[in-house]
Design a protein around this ligand. Structure first.
Ligand SMILES: *Cc1c(COP(=O)(O)O)cnc(C)c1O
Length: 487
């Protein structure tokens, strides 16, 4: 069947669905290109030898900074090592040779049982890990998952006839939270963080009213601190028929120890490319599955993978209250495959251990550096630790200078100036995959930066010195990327 022309397959077998490949009625697909669009002169392709092309791309690949080359302690981003075995599994031809339209064809389903089973079982794993009722695997990133989740919150309120206006977001939240709520059409109510680094319950109570559609919470949050008041927060939000959204970007800190579904969350996303170890950076590809509690079940995006009574798998589109399509086809299948392999290889105990090690590593760094850098929330942290460079600033050295120093020493800088609740923030996330030796070396370099801020603070100002380009003028860089370099 697959040897037939594509339009034949479509016309014959896709019942009630429009083929993607047929031209609109009345358009002749074989008509010549109009003269106006024809090229007038030869195309000036560059002519280079194979060797020159190989050198060009090899050079580019060596300029690339990655987890495979160096320590990458970028807080909030969870830049951990991605095991090669999961890449291999995602490259198995039984998966890569599948055409994404295959499951929709009349006989296609039988060729895709394995792929559908992976999606079905991944959903089951995620439910087990998080305590949610069901997942959609369709969203393509964390932020996209937020969009799907808040769209479902809106659909829930619409279905109940609720008139809601606001989503509550803590002031320490990742920028995607308020951006998402705003795109879905909500206004944002910001809630303060206490000096202990957690959500201010009094401020929350003063902001909650019947117009509140829900609250978005990251836990542990971007300070690396766990909100032990979640049940109280959930009670306050549920009392006005609001829904609790769990930003799961930091799920890697609590795997096997706490399940968002058990503590009152109604909807959550998981950043597969953070917690479940698929490569990320440079804009993707990612994957942001969204889990829901009973209340939001009817609103999940389509399609959904179902298991029939005879044990076979199929796609089902018949959910009348669904928010509809959130992405084409079935999400980023290859990323989900890597996560599926990762989950199977580690198993329940292994996943729990990754969290234990991530938290231990962050606390080791906190304890070793707390005499050198201010720790604004000086308590046991979770998988990441936030320092402030305020002591160094008194000597004229800012968080950004420390970051540039680290570049010269061969490190990707930690996240700086985020969370915005901490002045001169330096946010370090070591992840569980770094050895003690790598972490000790990093600690020594951080201590050196502090020493240098005492002995030669002015030496920071033209760092990084090892880069082919000089340090950008920060103000000019924001205004004009082409002329921002000082050199
Ligand atoms: C990374 C992150 C996001 C956004 O996720 P993407 O996958 O990058 O779209 C949202 N919230 C938090 C707390 C994050 O760290």
């Amino acid at each position: 069947m697959l040897n037939q022309p594509v339009d034949l397959i479509f016309n014959k077998s896709v019942k009630g669905r429009r083929g993607y490949v047929n031209p609109p009625v009345g358009v002749d697909a074989h008509a010549p290109i109009p003269q106006a669009f024809m090229r007038k002169s030869e195309c000036n392709w560059p002519e280079v030898s194979e060797l020159d092309v190989v050198r060009h791309f090899t050079l580019l690949s060596r300029l690339n900074y990655s987890v495979d080359t160096n320590f990458y302690p970028l807080g909030s981003c969870t830049m951990k090592y991605n095991p090669r075995i999961t890449e291999k599994i995602a490259q198995l031809s039984g998966f890569t040779d599948l055409h994404p339209l295959l499951p929709q064809l009349l006989q296609g389903e039988k060729f895709t049982q394995g792929a559908l089973q992976v999606l079905f079982e991944m959903e089951e794993w995620l439910c087990e890990i998080t305590g949610m009722k069901a997942f959609t695997l369709q969203p393509l990133a964390g932020a996209h998952g937020e969009l799907a989740g808040v769209m479902m919150i809106a659909a829930y309120h619409r279905a109940k006839g609720n008139k809601k206006k606001y989503i509550i977001v803590p002031d320490a939240a990742h920028g995607t939270n308020p951006a998402t709520a705003s795109i879905v059409g909500y206004e944002i109510l910001s809630v303060k963080t206490t000096p202990q680094g957690i959500l201010d319950l009094d401020d929350l109570k003063s902001k909650v009213n019947n117009d509140v559609a829900g609250l978005m919470l990251t836990c542990p949050d971007t300070h690396g601190i766990f909100h032990s008041d979640i049940d109280k927060i959930a009670e306050i939000i549920h009392a006005v028929d609001g829904l609790m959204y769990y930003d799961g970007a930091n799920l890697n800190a609590i795997l096997g120890r706490c399940r968002p579904g058990d503590v009152g969350f109604d909807v959550m996303h998981i950043n597969i490319h953070k917690t479940f170890s698929a490569p990320h950076g440079g804009g993707g590809p990612g994957s942001g599955p969204v889990g829901v509690s009973d209340r939001l079940l009817p609103f999940l995006p389509i399609s959904r993978v179902i298991k029939r009574a005879d044990g076979s798998f199929a796609l089902n589109y018949d959910y009348p209250q669904s928010v509809g399509y959130i992405s084409s086809f079935y999400g980023n299948f290859s990323v989900l495959l890597k996560a599926f392999a990762y989950t199977l290889i580690l198993g329940g105990d292994g996943l729990k251990q990754t969290s234990d090690h991530a938290v231990l590593n962050a606390n080791y760094i906190r304890a070793c550096l707390k005499d050198y850098y201010t720790v604004p929330y000086d308590r046991i942290c979770m998988h990441e630790v936030v320092f402030s460079a305020e002591k160094q600033v008194a000597r004229g050295v800012h968080a950004i200078d420390v970051a540039k120093f680290l570049i010269d020493k061969g490190y990707h800088p930690p996240t700086v100036y985020f969370p915005m609740t901490v002045k001169e923030a330096i946010m370090v996330e070591p992840t569980e995959t770094e050895s003690k030796q790598s972490i000790d070396e990093f600690i020594q370099v951080m201590i050196k930066a502090d020493e240098l801020s005492k002995t030669a603070p002015e030496s920071f100002h033209d760092m990084p010195k090892t880069m082919p380009i000089s340090r950008p003028d920060e103000v000019k860089a924001a205004k004009d990327i082409n002329t921002c370099y000082r050199g």
